[in-house]
Write a protein that binds this ligand. Structure first.
Ligand code: 13P
Length: 257
C-alpha cells in the first residue's frame, strides 16, 4: 500500500514573506494529519525559506519544475543538483507547463530521469484536455503520457516516484472530476501502465488526484482504493484549508479507503 500523500502546488503565488508564513502555518498544523506525507511546492525563489520554515517537522518540500541539464548556459533554468539539500521532490510535466510553455513528453522524460539521478522524487503529472475526453481518448492519452514520462526508467529507480492525475478541465475551474472518473483513469490507464512497466513494484507508487480538490471533496476521492492522496492548487494557499484536506485524506485512508 503506497503512502498517503497530499502535496500543495502553490504555482506562481506567494511572495517570499507570504511563502514563509504559509509554510509556518502548515507546520503548526502538521500534527493534525498523522501518517500523511505533506509536501509543499512553493515558487523556486522561496524554496530555501520554506525548507527552513519546516525544518525539523515532517513536512516535505518540492520544486515545481527543473531543467534536465546539470549546469551551463541555460538562462533562467534550475538544475536538479541545485535543489540538493533544499527539497526532496519536484513536480514534472504539470499541464500548465505542457500547455503554456510547450513542454513535450520527451522533455518530461528527460526531466524525470534528471530528477531521479539527483535523488529527487518526481511528481509526474498527466491529464487529458476536455476535447480529448469528449473524443473518448482520455485513457489512451493518459497511458501514453505515463509511458513517455517513464521511458527508459527501471523499476529499481522508482522508489520516490509519485504520479498525479490532473485532468486539464478540472484544474482551477471549481469543476473537480467525479471520484468515479478519477478512479477509472487511475485504477485503469495509470495503474495498468505502471504494472506493465514495473510489475509488482508499481503497487508502491502513490497515485494523486488533482483538479479543484478541497476539504469538501477530498474524502470521496480518498475513498477510492486507487487514489492515495491529492495534488492541490488553490486550496493549498491557505494553511487551514490545505491541512484540512491532508487530515481528511489521512482519516479516509486509515478507515480503509
Ligand atoms: P487546483 O486545485 O487549483 O484546481 O489546481 C490543481 C493543480 O493544478 C495542482 O497541481
Amino acid at each position: 500500500m503506497p503512502a498517503t500523500v497530499v502535496a500543495g502546488n502553490w504555482k506562481m503565488n506567494t511572495t517570499l514573506d507570504e511563502a514563509r508564513a504559509l509554510a509556518e502555518g502548515v507546520r503548526a498544523l502538521a500534527q493534525g494529519a498523522p501518517g500523511v506525507e505533506v509536501i509543499l511546492c512553493p515558487p523556486a525563489i522561496s524554496l530555501a525559506a520554506v525548507r527552513d520554515a519546516v525544518s525539523g517537522s515532517p513536512v516535505k518540500v518540492g520544486a515545481q519544475n527543473i531543467y534536465h541539464e546539470d549546469s551551463g548556459a541555460f538562462t533562467g533554468e534550475i538544475a536538479p543538483a541545485m535543489l540538493g539539500g533544499i527539497c526532496e521532490y519536484v513536480i514534472i510535466g504539470h499541464s500548465e507547463r505542457r500547455q503554456l510553455f510547450g513542454e513535450t513528453d520527451g522533455q518530461v522524460n528527460l526531466k524525470v530521469k534528471a530528477a531521479i539521478s539527483h535523488g529527487l522524487g518526481p511528481i509526474v503529472c498527466v491529464g487529458e484536455t476536455l476535447e480529448q475526453r469528449v473524443a473518448g481518448q482520455a485513457a489512451e492519452v493518459i497511458s501514453g503520457q505515463v509511458r513517455a514520462a517513464l521511458d527508459g526508467i527501471d523499476a529499481v529507480n522508482i522508489s520516490g516516484l509519485i504520479v498525479a492525475y490532473e485532468p486539464v478541465w478540472a484544474i482551477g475551474t471549481g469543476q473537480a472530476a467525479t471520484p468515479e472518473i478519477a478512479g477509472e483513469i487511475m485504477g485503469g490507464a495509470i495503474l495498468d501502465t505502471l504494472q506493465s512497466l514495473y510489475g509488482s513494484s508499481s503497487a508502491e507508487v502513490p497515485l494523486l488526484y488533482g483538479g479543484s480538490v478541497n476539504a469538501g471533496n477530498i474524502g470521496d476521492f480518498a475513498a477510492q482504493s486507487c487514489i492515495h492522496g491529492a495534488l492541490v492548487g488553490g486550496a493549498s494557499l491557505q494553511a487551514e484549508s490545505f491541512m484540512d484536506i491532508a487530515r481528511m485524506a489521512g482519516e479516509t485512508k486509515r478507515a480503509g479507503g
